[in-house]
Design a binder for this molecule. Structure first.
Ligand code: ARG
Length: 408
């Protein structure tokens, strides 16, 4: 079959191996809802501008809604000969309504079409990420409040350093995830512009109304420069970057919880519903969820490097390389949401051993800095006081007693 979208200037059909290699429908089919709403808006704009009739726009919109229902209920097999979801839907449309369907692509290229679909997808993903981050923050806020007076040892270099409150520990993560939320809001504001009407790269000689399309689809406006509109994937890179930071935070949190769940620390007990056993060792209880979050973060960092590398050498404007933006972006979104959505109930399920934490906060020499500061308040120069307390610590270690017992 010669390709209907460009077949005119070709003398033979595409080699079947190229058809397979070129196709993106196996992964870009998830864009179908966004493609359909984009096309319906485009058709309405064409009618408003007198480029197609109102009844033509209506029949296009109705048929597209039917196609949407059909895809939702899995009535179609995604056909690789259609290359991508955009051409697949257009083919279904012309099968349904004949020649009128062929008018839909007026003033449009797949370059601005895919740019629009991906932005709509990204905006939706951003909204879901925001909700998940907010739910996690609620859980952390509850934990910070309920453990605000529970002491535990604080660590630097993973050596006991000074006593802190478990509530303050959660407070640190609240600060981090609030910054993540902030980054997400910034991103959402910056990316919310419509590429539609940019055509292949140079716009169109037809009287399109880019502003109306942008407004109708909830964008702040059209992307003014049409070359930028079809070339830009900054918002994908930025999302992968902010997702990487969120996952880096989640991974660090997971690491602490994994340590705290060890027999050696024994600062917490994992809930049976959120931990796993060993097929061999009956004694084992494993923090798989936390380990998976820590592990998945690596995959998302890799996606960030992947998309940066794909984009870095591309001449303006669209290049087919950009089809490679999707799988890693979709996986970033899915991975991020799955981690955020499991860590919130996971945190709620943990049984923290605050008595054990308190005991550890009191044992050893975690009060050394406090003793030092009390000497400073008595007028002893800091360096001298530091040296003196150091001598007391060494003496206490030799005698196997606490710092308080040496000082008395
Ligand atoms: N499937 C393509 C992609 O994801 C759509 C755009 C194709 N444009 C083109 N000029 N071949 O990038």
């Amino acid at each position: 079959m010669s390709n209907k979208a460009w077949g005119g200037r070709f003398k033979k059909p595409l080699d079947p191996r190229v058809v397979k290699f070129n196709a993106s429908i196996s992964f870009d089919n998830i864009l179908y809802e966004f493609d359909i709403i984009g096309s319906q808006t485009h058709a309405k704009m064409l009618a408003r501008q007198g480029l197609i009739s109102n009844s033509e726009a209506e029949s296009i919109c109705e048929a597209l809604s039917e196609i949407q229902d059909e895809i939702r209920t899995c009535s179609h097999v995604f056909d690789e000969s259609c290359e991508d979801i955009h051409m697949f839907i257009e083919q279904l449309l012309t099968q349904k309504i004949g020649d009128v369907g062929k008018k839909l692509h007026t003033g449009r290229s797949r370059n601005d079409q895919v740019a629009l679909d991906l932005r709509l997808y990204a905006r939706d993903a951003g909204g879901k990420t925001k909700e998940s981050l907010q739910s996690l923050l609620l859980v952390l806020e509850e934990l910070a409040q309920s453990h605000k007076d529970d002491k535990m040892p604080g660590y630097t270099h993973l050596q006991q350093a000074q006593p802190i409150y478990l509530g303050a520990y959660f407070g640190a993560y609240i600060s981090m995830f609030r910054r993540d939320l902030n980054r997400l809001d910034d991103w959402a504001e910056r990316m919310n512009f419509s590429p539609l009407g940019a055509g292949a790269l140079a716009g169109s000689s037809l009287p399109l109304d880019r502003g109306w399309v942008a407004k109708t689809l909830g964008f702040n406006g059209p992307i003014e420069n049409t070359i930028d509109a079809v070339s830009d994937r900054d918002y994908v890179i930025e999302f992968c970057s902010l997702a990487s930071i969120v996952l880096m935070h989640l991974s660090r949190l997971s690491e602490d919880l994994i340590l705290w769940a060890t027999q050696e620390f024994h600062f917490l007990t994992l809930d049976d519903g959120f931990s796993t056993g060993s097929s061999l060792m009956p004694n084992k209880k494993n923090p798989d969820v936390l380990e998976l979050i820590r592990g998945k973060s690596g995959r998302v960092f890799g996606h960030l490097m992947g998309i940066l590398t794909t984009m870095k050498g591309l001449p303006l404007a669209y290049n087919k390389d950009m089809q490679e933006d999707k799988e890693s972006f979709f996986d970033t979104v899915n991975t991020l949401l799955s981690c955020l959505d499991i860590i919130a109930p996971f945190l709620k399920s943990i049984n923290f051993h605050t008595d054990m934490m308190e005991k550890n906060a009191r044992s050893g020499f975690l009060n050394a800095t406090q003793v030092l500061e009390s000497l400073v308040l008595k007028g002893i120069p800091f360096r001298e006081a530091h040296h003196q307390v150091g001598i007391w610590v060494a003496e206490a270690l030799d005698k196997g007693v606490t710092l308080d017992e040496v000082i008395e």
